[in-house]
Design a protein. Structure first.
Length: 223
């Protein structure tokens, strides 16, 4: 059990190749592989398109209470979004006054915005927060969030008009993000899919190609 927990903790930091995992866990490569494959069979870890190991969808489901169907099918869609944009991709759901990362796909190299699966972020900053608030039913809870947010009700109106949100250095200096709503079969917004990375690459406003890829991912996740 100690070895299993160690593997999960290491993969919560960043994707690792088998050699990296074995080295950091101080385990024989065969043992690290056996543990990773066993965890993969239960959905606790998975492999990205480069073969590196990372946390799987079940971790996000257990951490956030997310719908198994949504988190379970998000992996390949986020991987494709990551490939299409060259940036990290995440899926968030709101839990009261925080948003929880229920699925993630990371760049395999270079500077990136790394968020561990299950990360809990405030609703007061970031484009995913814009999206989750823009289509919320409102009420006192939302009013309290807006009172402390780095964005305004006018920002949320623009998000509803354009169909997506973007932010620059709201959540973290030097980091930008773009997010779009994910809807259920009734059209209710149940999550926000995001792309995030250094502002130096994303720019102050997202490129049309990035927005198109993001909206395609949101559509694929919806329904």
């Amino acid at each position: 059990m100690d070895k299993v927990v160690l593997v999960l903790r290491l993969l919560a930091g960043s994707p690792l190749t088998l050699a990296e995992l074995a080295d950091r866990a101080n385990l024989p490569k065969a043992t690290a592989h056996r543990l990773a494959v066993a965890l993969e069979s239960h959905g606790l870890v998975r492999r990205n398109t480069s073969g590196a190991w990372l946390l799987g969808p079940l971790v996000g489901e257990l951490a956030s209470g997310a719908e198994p169907g949504l988190a379970g099918r998000a992996g390949p869609i986020l991987e494709q979004l990551c490939q299409d944009t060259g940036e990290s991709a995440q899926l968030f759901q709101r839990r009261s006054d925080v948003r929880v990362c229920i699925a993630v796909a990371e760049r395999t190299s270079g500077l990136r915005d790394t968020l561990p699966l299950g990360a809990r972020l405030p609703m007061t900053a970031g484009s995913a927060a814009h999206v989750l608030l823009a289509w919320s039913i409102g009420g006192q809870a939302d009013a309290e969030v807006l009172n402390h947010a780095s964005f305004s009700a006018k920002t949320l109106a623009e998000v509803r008009r354009s169909g997506y949100a973007h932010s620059s250095a709201e959540r973290e200096p030097g980091v930008g993000s773009v997010s779009a709503p994910v809807r259920d079969s009734d059209g209710t917004v149940i999550a926000a899919v995001s792309v995030s990375g250094p502002i130096a690459r994303l720019g102050r406003r997202p490129e049309p190609a990035m927005v198109s890829a993001l909206l395609a991912a949101a559509e694929a996740l919806s329904g």
